[in-house]
Design a protein. Structure first.
Length: 130
């Protein structure tokens, strides 16, 4: 299933100008609840083709994109560590439910199956916990 079919996708597409794959996104939060919506928050940005003074690609359009999960029916997560960078995100339809997969890079990986998944966008860099 294309991520752009999820509720809230229009806001994400409007901000970035496209639906990101979330390659190299940082997992900021995984919040699981029995009786209310659960959340997986990712920090993501747009990488431009411009270089800064250090020769690094300039990043803009920083945002926290949260996957809101309603009615979790199954989950498998592993590798939670001090750094949580994913390769990307995929969503698959399974028997009337949606399975969100955090593809492995470094840190947390896994999948969550829920009755409903939607997106929320918070533009800007995240506040960092000290």
């Amino acid at each position: 299933m294309d991520l752009d079919r999820l509720d809230g996708a229009a806001d994400v597409i409007s901000w970035f100008g496209y639906m990101p794959s979330f390659h190299d996104a940082e997992v900021l939060e995984i919040s699981l609840h029995r009786n209310r919506d659960s959340r997986i928050a990712l920090y993501y940005w747009n990488t431009t083709n411009q270089l800064d003074e250090a020769g690094e690609f300039v990043r803009d359009k920083h945002a926290v994109v949260t996957f809101k999960l309603t009615g979790i029916t199954d989950l498998s997560l592993e590798g939670f560590s001090h750094q949580k960078v994913i390769f990307g995100v995929e969503v698959e339809e399974l028997d009337g439910r949606l399975k969100l997969e955090l593809q492995p890079s470094y840190g947390v990986v896994g999948a969550v199956t829920a009755e409903r998944i939607s997106l929320e966008l918070l533009p800007g860099k995240p506040a960092r916990a000290e």
